[in-house]
Design a protein around this ligand. Structure first.
Ligand code: ARG
Length: 601
């Protein structure tokens, strides 16, 4: 290998410690070098990746090969990828960030970051705060369409997944300075309202507004009305007429509809409150007035055709077309989604529209995205904005390997699930004698944070596209990759700092970090990689990337803490600051995952 020490004879680049994604910072440096090395190829973006083998360095620039295929035969200067790599290395502006570079294989430029620079950066992060450390994303405003239960029907485990995953995506984007419109696209429109309303009128013939008590459990109400609908033709007819009256905006029907929605809303708001999730409801009914206009646009472009009495859009490669107007003239899920997409792009000026549902709906999204591309609403290219993305997730399985159900009922009551997680955590805390040490409130708050955190983390840590097994035993284990383990690890770090008796705020101002031990350097570098991990998790819409990072970070911390004495050592100040930085980054991860950190265990 050729090894070059970053020399100071070259013009000094802006070597200030700036924060943000390391990859993005390195890319800036390499961008400059590429401009000098191959001035004729200015549209080439620096390809920066972590080194596969840490022996060679921390990061590498992989542009030489690709550039060679572009300049081959044209360039008199270069005879292969290796010389290009060498030139990239030579032209790299000197920076405090880089300690040394080397060339490997066909022109990879390996970079070893400077230990001092890493230390300085962590210190700056502590002083500036982690908010200043966010990655930069190429969009200003995004819609995250998530949770989205259906009125009067059960809110099932799939909706829980959508709520948890969608909330995390929204949080990560918000952290990255994207304005996020958190949309609850509730199913509050459709033919089922005819039978619901008719049943309501039947039960309360004198027209008094039904009390919540009387409607009671909406699910039971829904089932009862469905049974009437299926068994009584006269009722069915009245129900169908009710739909027409509702859609025509008749006062009496509107009121009944609003009442049913309100009761349903109160039910799912309870779940959101528990989970600490915030959403803004714009249900299917909201987009109803926009459907004719949206379809008109598509029709003008010749996208909509007549087929078997329905109006449809044929999509290349699909056997069945996308139905946008049903045989009976009514609109459906797809027409609503097309109108909603139009609204989000044109009225709300969103550049990225993200839909979180189970993978079962993939086809639906593929089809209407394709229609929108053909209409020119979205660019045909994958990586251009505005963009629509479907975030599909797998099933939740029970420990028997079948679709998750609770023992007593056929469906899972979400609130019960959260209650159970919390009470199990509380029992574990009491068993460890905490009832004697803590107030009842502390006990409750901790049990909630750990219990709900465990449910969320167990979901988020898996690649969302795979099915996962719901197991209280697994998610509440205090060893291994669980929220319980991670929350405790964080609390332990806080206690190390507390017990040192030092004023950490003071140390942040006066102390310096020096990464002497290799395990300190590893931990330090890992801390700085936080922003680029968030960037990756956002770009690929994969929360598990952040979970993996968090878990590895806590492992790096453990290694550091095992091999480096903190309190009472000569490096105490530096190491306490490193503890604090770890706690800060862990807390931010928890926050992005919607988990409340605990400080005492
Ligand atoms: N209500 C739908 C369901 O429960 C999910 C809606 C997803 N969002 C959308 N824009 N299609 O399956």
């Amino acid at each position: 290998f050729l090894r070059a020490k970053a020399s100071s004879s070259k013009t000094m680049a802006n070597d200030e410690v700036t924060g943000g994604s390391l990859k993005q910072q390195l890319a800036k440096l390499f961008e400059e070098s590429l401009r000098i090395t191959v001035p004729e190829e200015l549209d080439v973006d620096p390809a920066i990746a972590p080194c596969q083998n840490p022996k060679f360095g921390d990061y590498q620039c992989n542009n030489a090969m690709g550039l060679w295929s572009k300049v081959k035969g044209k360039s008199t200067q270069f005879k292969g990828p290796q010389p290009i790599g060498q030139a990239i290395m030579k032209n790299l502006p000197a920076s405090e960030m880089v300690d040394s570079c080397s060339i490997a294989g066909p022109g990879f430029v390996n970079v070893v970051l400077s230990r001092q620079w890493i230390a300085k950066s962590i210190q700056k992060m502590l002083v500036d705060g982690i908010e200043a450390w966010a990655p930069k994303l190429p969009v200003k405003r995004a819609v995250v369409d998530f949770s989205s239960p259906n009125i009067a029907k059960e809110m099932h485990v799939g909706h829980l997944r959508s709520t948890i995953i969608g909330d995390t995506l929204a949080r990560m984007l918000e952290y990255s300075n994207v304005e996020v419109l958190r949309r609850n696209h509730v199913g509050d429109w459709g033919t089922q309202f005819g039978m619901l309303i008719e049943y309501l009128f039947e039960k309360f013939p004198s027209g008094e507004v039904a009390s919540d008590q009387a409607i009671g459990d909406l699910e039971t109400f829904y089932k009862a009305s469905k049974q009437r609908f299926d068994s009584d033709p006269a009722f069915k007819e009245r129900a169908q007429r009710a739909v027409v009256s509702l859609q025509a905006g008749e006062e009496k029907y509107r009121k009944a509809w609003a009442h049913i929605c309100e009761i349903s809303r109160r039910g799912y708001e309870k779940v959101y409150q528990r989970l600490g999730v915030h959403l803004e409801e714009k249900g299917e009914s909201f987009y109803n007035p926009y459907i004719p206009g949206a379809l008109e646009l598509l029709s003008k472009q010749g996208l909509i055709e007549e087929s078997e009495g329905a109006r449809v859009i044929f999509i290349e490669g699909k056997n069945i077309p996308l139905i946008v107007v049903k045989k009976d003239g009514g609109y459906n899920y797809a027409s609503t989604d097309l109108a909603a997409l139009w609204y989000r792009l044109n009225e709300e000026k969103a550049e990225w529209i993200i839909y979180v549902t189970d993978v079962g709906q993939r086809e639906h999204f593929e089809m209407f995205f394709t229609a929108a591309k053909r209409a020119g609403w979205l660019p045909a290219e994958e990586n251009k904005y505005p963009k629509a993305s479907h975030v599909g997730f797998g099933l939740v399985l029970g420990e028997d390997g079948k679709r998750f159900r609770t023992r007593s009922t056929e469906t899972v009551k979400l609130v019960d699930l959260l209650d159970e997680a919390k009470s199990k955590c509380k029992a574990a805390l009491i068993e460890r004698g905490k009832a004697k040490e803590w107030t009842e409130e502390e006990l409750e708050k901790t049990a909630e944070a750990v219990g709900y955190g465990a449910v969320k983390y167990a979901d988020l840590k898996n690649n969302r596209t795979t099915n996962y097994t719901f197991s209280f035993d697994q998610m509440l284990n205090d060893k291994g990759n669980t929220a319980v383990y991670l929350l405790y690890a964080h609390a332990r770090i806080c206690s190390i700092i507390r017990k040192s008796g030092k004023d950490i705020e003071e140390l942040k101002k006066t102390g310096t970090i020096d990464l002497v031990h290799p395990d300190e350097r590893t931990l330090g570098l890992h801390l700085l990689q936080f922003a680029e991990v968030v960037e990756e998790a956002c770009t690929n819409l994969l929360p598990n990337v952040l979970c993996e990072y968090l878990y590895n970070l806590s492992e790096d911390f453990t290694r550091f803490y095992t091999n480096c004495q903190v309190v009472g050592s000569a490096e105490e100040t530096s190491r306490l600051l490193l503890c604090e930085a770890t706690a800060v980054v862990m807390r931010k991860c928890f926050h992005l995952l919607g988990i409340t950190p605990v400080y005492k265990i």
